[in-house]
Write a protein that binds this ligand. Structure first.
Ligand code: KIV
Ligand code: ZN
Length: 517
């Protein structure tokens, strides 16, 4: 039997903490659902102590996920460990993930601790975490720039104190594959107790070597790989799960190991995560980019037509890329729609299903062929009621031309009331957004980003718009979907403004109850 490599996914922690990648609770649960379908072994759901939102997300994921271990990150402090443990209370299989830096640079400049103090803290805090939870992962932050002898002492101490997993991160993405393999081999040789635990690698991608380093770590004896969907993560990101898993699958001659991952779920997981953060895959991204399986050059096309293996080392079907055939249409009923949703891995509540089915029927009137990508976008854009609770778009009318300023008339529902405003702008979207601002009078915000993409091919494709607003050091993303891109743009903006308003109101309410002085 092949050696099993555990997949530890940190999209919801290391991925989510990267700029522009924040997710709300509803979105985190959706990602956790995708990770469960992928059959990852461990989901790192957040850093419970870092904010009430993170705590809530770790608790919700812990409660929802049944077939994976759920982990929360914690520094080596009792308060962090208590928060992690308390957020993980409802997990079927909880793991506390404690970390402390072990490189000279980090110990001296960041922690201001001596190596002996780091050793003592490791022992005390791993013991404390172990007194609460049987499964403890210990990470030596910046391990790959740490003195190997000191690293071995820390690892021995952590295992003696109860750690069940030892993680060796390349925190700043500084290593090369040769170094990574040698580091894991040397650690295993220096600390025979490593045999009793899982050894993990966690590679950042600053030099573009995260996937190669992770695979090298596995060759050196790592039994767990840490990664994220699409390689999200601090700075240049983490090792992308889809690349690690497909490299292992495609080159069994080099990597005589296996993972539990259901590779047919890769594409949908990737789409879901990109959709949530409002980005699309770079066109040439390995495995999930639009060109990953495209053959443009005549000589390549000829080869692929003769035999796919000439230029294809993996098939798009294997990772679940839906074919662009028409899947459903005007005459499809509830059963067919429900069936297709299940095949795509969506489990909707009765209310969401009805909502989605109605939108599907509306779409069938506008578009002859409704593809899997369309259905997927309809589900992704089923926004929870609370995301649009302050104002809703009622109607809009926009006039634009080459020789005059654009004009927009927008009507919004605000509770029982309908308010309408008109504005001029530099183009129809600017005019529409100005009219919305006149109605809602938002606090001063920064317009961070506007992104638009077509969901499928063809002139009648759905347009999906994501707008990002900044306020109070946070980012608020809104999404809108329509065959009319002006409508999609207004919906996305109104959605982002709703989220911003919710935060603004809660912050005002919290400040109002703070004692003076
Ligand atoms: O990159 C890193 O070192 C980390 C640790 C906290 C595991 O993310
Ligand atoms: Zn990291």
């Amino acid at each position: 039997m092949k050696k099993q490599i555990k997949i530890f996914d940190t999209t919801l922690r290391d991925g989510e903490q990267a700029p522009g990648c924040s997710m709300n609770l509803h979105e985190k649960i959706e990602v956790a659902h995708r990770l469960e379908l992928l059959r990852v072994d461990i989901i790192e759901a957040g850093f419970a102590v870092s904010s009430p939102g993170d705590f809530e997300a770790v608790s919700a994921v812990a409660e929802t996920v049944k077939s994976c271990t759920v982990a929360s990150l914690a520094r080596c402090s009792a308060a962090d460990i208590d928060a992690a443990y308390s957020a993980l209370k409802k997990a079927v299989s909880p793991r506390i993930h404690v970390f402390i830096a072990t490189s000279d640079i980090h110990m001296r400049h960041k922690l201001k601790l001596t190596p002996e103090q780091v050793l003592e803290t490791t022992e005390r805090m791993v013991r404390y975490a172990k007194s609460l939870c049987p499964d403890i992962e210990f990470s030596a932050e910046d391990a790959m720039r740490s003195d190997p002898d000191f690293l071995a002492r820390v690892v021995r101490t952590a295992i003696k104190s109860g750690a069940t997993v030892i993680n060796i991160p390349d925190t700043v993405g500084y290593s090369t594959p040769q170094e990574m393999r040698a580091a894991i081999e040397k650690l295993r040789a220096a600390v025979p107790e490593c045999e009793e635990v899982d050894i993990s690698v966690h590679c950042h991608n600053d030099l573009g070597m995260a996937t190669a380093n992770t695979l090298a770590g596995i060759l050196g004896g790592a039994t767990q790989a840490e990664c994220t969907i699409n390689g999200l993560g601090e700075r240049a990101g983490n090792a992308p799960m889809e690349e690690i898993v497909m490299a292992i699958r495609t080159r069994p001659d080099l990597y005589p190991v296996e993972t539990r991952i259901d590779i047919s779920q890769i594409y949908m997981a990737s789409k879901t995560v990109y959709g949530i953060i409002g980005k699309t895959a770079p066109f040439n991204k390995p495995i999930v980019g639009a060109n990953a399986f495209a053959h443009e050059a005549g000589i390549h096309q000829h080869g692929v037509l003769a035999d796919r293996s000439t230029y294809e080392i993996m098939t798009p079907e294997a990772i679940g890329i839906p074919s662009n055939r028409m899947v459903l249409g005007k005459h499809s009923g509830r059963h067919a729609f429900q069936d297709r949703l299940s095949q795509l891995g969506f489990e909707l509540s009765r209310e969401d299903f009805e909502n989605c089915f109605n939108r599907f029927k509306e779409l069938c009137d506008k578009k002859k062929e409704v593809s899997d990508q369309d259905i997927e976008a309809l589900v992704r854009n089923l926004l929870p009621e609370e995301d649009n609770s302050y104002f809703k778009m009622k109607s809009y009318s926009v006039h634009a031309g080459s020789s005059e300023a654009a004009t927009a008339v927008i009507a919004l529902e605000i509770g029982e009331e309908v308010r309408e405003e008109v504005a001029l702008g530099n183009g129809p979207i600017d005019a529409a957004y100005k009219a919305v601002d006149k109605i809602i009078e938002p606090p001063e915000y920064i317009f961070e980003d506007y992104a638009i993409q077509s969901v499928s091919e063809g002139k009648d494709s759905l347009g999906e718009v994501v707008t990002t607003l900044g306020y109070g050091g946070r980012l608020f993303t809104g999404r809108g979907l329509s065959t009319d891109i002006i409508e999609a743009s207004i919906l996305a903006y109104v959605n982002a403004q709703n989220k911003l308003m919710d935060y603004y109101k809660k912050r005002q309410a919290a400040e109002a109850v703070l004692p003076e002085g």
